[in-house]
Design a protein around this ligand. Structure first.
Ligand SMILES: Cc1ncc(COP(=O)(O)O)c(C=O)c1O
Length: 408
């Protein structure tokens, strides 16, 4: 029997979280994700999901997933190298590579798993020499899965260098300092889109630095695939670099259907190595058939219905302009993540509560999720939102903003 101290300490920790206003409350939805959702029997406008293309409950995606279950069953009950790879996994990997303009791709159960798998495999596995030190250069605001991925890299064999957010001059200084240190591999890693601001990484400059200092460039494009670029191929396409980034990771759990599933895509040798040695691939279940087939359909839908991409981008602009016109401080950008800056954490908590009471679901973010003094409401816009719904959201935002003295 474990010591009572364990549960006592946990209780204390939970209490501390509550007292510090950091205890997360999960809202219970009744029914499907969408532009509107139901919470305790009441319809509210949803502006807090990564459902950028509105595919989370799209009739085409739902039908495809149902058909897939009829044909392939519900689950596969194992990993691909043990119980066999379904042809459909290979089809999705091939389609994804064509879409991204890369040589090859490998599926993981999530983007989180993909990131964990990539860094540990490249740095830990004996590739030629067992004695080595690699260097990783990472933006300080990179996603938690990248930060945790470093923890799986052996301390003694990886030098981790964190550069201030978006400060590529600081990154170059680090690369310059490290010249001649004899690192085996250098890897520069950045989110393609930073999810707290909706800001894009400066891929052209990152690529230039990677080339100059002979580093591998890894971009996590979770919030950009299906959202940015002429065909939705993400930040590389947006910057005219489609097919030119060494390694990409991403998810099917946001724009492309919103279920689960992640990937690494890039040089074929890297993908083959991951297939052979990546532990989060080898020792974790394969993506279920319904998700695989629906993800294939999602990639097709992007091609067949270019209006999805157009709508999400127009809706984002419409909302961003509207919130600015009301007098809110809104971060500039083109991404459907639209942060409305309030600064104060308590005000943000109160405002998100009041907005929900009036029928608008939006997430409030404060320290330590974002830097102290930069609390914000993070609106996420979808192609599924109608103009009327966006107008309604702006009207609620305006009412609550005035009531709380945030705007006049
Ligand atoms: C940049 C980034 N990478 C990875 C992930 C994790 O994606 P998944 O839910 O597929 O594990 C997220 C999701 O929040 C993300 O924003």
């Amino acid at each position: 029997m474990y010591s009572k101290k364990l549960t006592d300490d946990i209780e204390k920790e939970l209490e501390m979280l509550k007292n510090a206003g950091k205890f997360k409350v999960e809202r219970e939805l009744d029914g499907a994700q969408g532009a509107e959702v139901e919470i305790t029997g009441r319809k509210v406008l949803m502006f807090a999901a990564n459902n950028y293309l509105g595919l989370a409950n799209h009739p085409e995606i739902n039908r495809t997933a149902k058909d897939a279950i009829d044909k392939y069953g519900f689950g596969l009950s194992s990993v691909r190298f043990i119980s066999g790879t379904e042809g459909i996994h290979k089809v999705l990997e091939k389609k994804l590579s064509e879409f991204l303009g890369t040589e090859d791709s490998i599926l993981y159960s999530t983007n989180f798993m993909a990131n964990l798998g990539f860094f540990a495999t490249i740095t830990n596995e004996a590739l030629g020499s067992a004695e080595h030190i690699d260097a990783i250069y990472s933006d300080e605001l990179n996603h938690a899965s990248i930060i945790d991925a470093f923890k799986l890299c052996k301390k003694e064999s990886v030098a981790k260098r964190i550069y201030p957010h978006g400060d590529l001059a600081a990154l170059e200084k680090m690369l310059e300092e490290d010249r001649g240190k004899g690192y085996r591999f250098k890897i520069i890693v950045s989110d393609g889109v930073f999810s707290m601001e909706g800001y894009l990484a400066e891929l052209p400059k990152l690529k230039e630095l990677a080339e100059k200092y002979e580093a591998l460039l890894f971009v996590d494009d979770a919030h950009a695939i299906g959202v940015l670029g002429k065909t939705g191929a993400g930040t590389p396409e947006h910057f005219g670099l489609r097919g030119k980034i060494d390694v990409l990771s991403g998810t099917f759990g946001k724009a492309l259907g919103g279920a689960v599933g992640g990937y690494i895509s890039g040089k074929k040798e890297i993908i083959e190595l991951l297939r052979q040695k990546s532990r989060t691939y080898l020792f974790s279940n394969s993506v279920p058939p319904s998700v695989v087939i629906a993800s294939i359909r999602a990639l097709d839908l992007l091609k067949e219905k270019p209006e999805l991409l157009k709508n999400v981008s127009e809706n984002a602009k419409y909302f961003r302009d509207g919130a600015k016109k009301l007098g809110f401080e809104v971060l500039d950008g083109i991404h459907p993540i639209v942060p409305v800056m309030l600064g104060d954490a308590a005000k943000t908590q109160e405002m998100s509560k009041k907005l929900l009471e009036k029928g608008l679901f939006v997430v409030g973010l404060w320290f330590p999720v974002v830097p102290e003094g930069t609390a914000r409401l993070r609106f996420q816009i979808s192609a599924a939102h109608t103009k009327e719904q966006i107008d309604h959201a702006l009207q609620i935002l305006s009412e609550v903003g005035k009531e709380m003295g945030v705007i006049q």
